[in-house]
Design a protein around this ligand. Structure first.
Ligand code: SF4
Length: 368
């Protein structure tokens, strides 16, 4: 698959510009940042050998996308794979890899310890060969490390669960299995989670075992099964455009969700179950069920908050402590409303979309 020159990002920001006001400078620099992210993303993606094939990082992603990739299915939206999706985090993570890995290799002993970075590996699962590039291999310790740059929220989840995210576990275990096939069985796998903003880190460690290898092979077997039968029937493991960044950047977006699918715009999800009464009933049921799950979870959360809230702040207990954000004054819209009305001003109005209620079919429609 090639990309024509039309797809390449334009040199936004180049040429003569008038920067006569602070607002113009702000706008121009902001546009230049977007253009730089776009160009760097495009450049990085162009350097990839097989952008639309299945790689190790795709094993744990959406199984339908993996099946399309393994089938060599023609992408309906190849340009999305090259595009900046308003999502520079991945790019920042790539740059942090490039900056950190050589230093990590050096402090672990470099060549004397057999430390190598960015090693290409191949995993053979007949009849397929899945490629990937592992971050760091420490030969003397038979330790394989993958750096995972994440946001604060994800790091906090890792801190709680002390376990890698499942797609990451599959991906890195895939590298380990490839090393085993190549003649050296890793002993340790490390998922080194790093907060992109603060530099906080959590290394998650697991021993490489036949069980773990089996989990990888089972997943690849599933992908192969869908590839050999009908990739278009493989489960969509993402929530669709506008609700999933993976879909918004998926090269098979329209093949998967229909010709109307547009990155960033929810809507084609209506096609998921067709339009039969049973399908719509199922959708209502799920909406109600998940609403109840969310409200029960909120009540549970409130209970646990009360349990620890009276402890003094910054008093560690086990792995956690708590603090409360700064108390500050903020606008009180209701008080402001009262004042406006008391002074006889017409209160500005705006349109508020009505909430969505799912109620029994026997209930009468409320008057609007
Ligand atoms: S569009 Fe989304 S659900 Fe469909 S294959 Fe791609 S990632 Fe999976």
């Amino acid at each position: 698959m090639t990309v024509d020159a039309q797809t390449a990002p334009a040199q936004a920001g180049a040429g003569a510009v008038d920067l006569d006001s602070a607002a113009q400078v702000r706008a121009h620099i902001s546009m230049a940042f977007d253009a730089a992210f776009t160009a760097a993303t495009f450049d990085g993606q162009m350097a990839r050998e097989d952008l639309f094939g299945l790689t190790m990082s795709g094993i744990g992603g959406c199984i339908r996308a993996a099946a399309y990739a393994l089938a060599g299915a023609e992408p309906s939206d190849p340009e999305l794979a090259y595009a900046y999706q308003g999502y520079p985090q991945a790019l920042l993570g790539t740059w942090q890899h490039a900056g950190l890995l050589p230093w990590l290799a050096q402090v672990l002993g470099g060549d004397a310890e057999g430390v190598a970075i960015e090693q290409r590996v191949q995993l053979r699962v007949h009849p397929d060969v899945i490629t990937g590039a592992l971050d760091l291999w420490w030969a003397r310790q038979r330790l394989l490390l993958d750096l995972k740059t994440v946001g604060e929220h994800k790091l906090s989840t890792v801190y709680r669960q002390r376990w890698p995210f499942h797609p990451h576990r599959l991906q890195v275990a895939g590298y380990a299995l490839a090393k085993h096939q190549a003649g050296t069985t890793p002993r340790w796998i490390v998922w080194a989670y790093l907060d992109r903003a603060s530099g906080d880190k959590i290394p998650v460690v697991e021993e490489f075992t036949p069980t773990l290898a089996g989990i990888v092979l089972e997943r690849i077997g599933e992908v192969q099964w869908w590839r050999d039968h009908d990739p278009d029937q493989a489960p969509r493991e993402e929530r669709g455009p506008g609700l999933s960044l993976a879909c918004d950047g998926c090269a098979w977006l329209r093949r998967c969700w229909g010709d109307d699918a547009v990155p960033g715009s929810a809507g084609p999800q209506t096609a998921v179950y067709g339009a039969t009464d049973e399908a719509v009933d199922y959708a209502y049921n799920e909406y109600k069920r998940l609403g109840k799950v969310a409200s029960d979870a909120e009540k549970e959360r409130e209970f646990w908050r009360v349990v620890f809230e009276r402890r003094p702040e910054w008093t560690p207990a086990g792995r956690w402590q708590h603090y409360t954000g700064r108390t500050r004054e903020e606008d009180d819209p209701w008080a402001a409303l009262k004042v406006l009305r008391a002074l006889g001003f017409a209160v500005p109005q705006r349109t508020k979309k009505g909430s969505l209620y799912v109620v029994p079919a026997t209930r009468h429609r409320p008057k609007k």
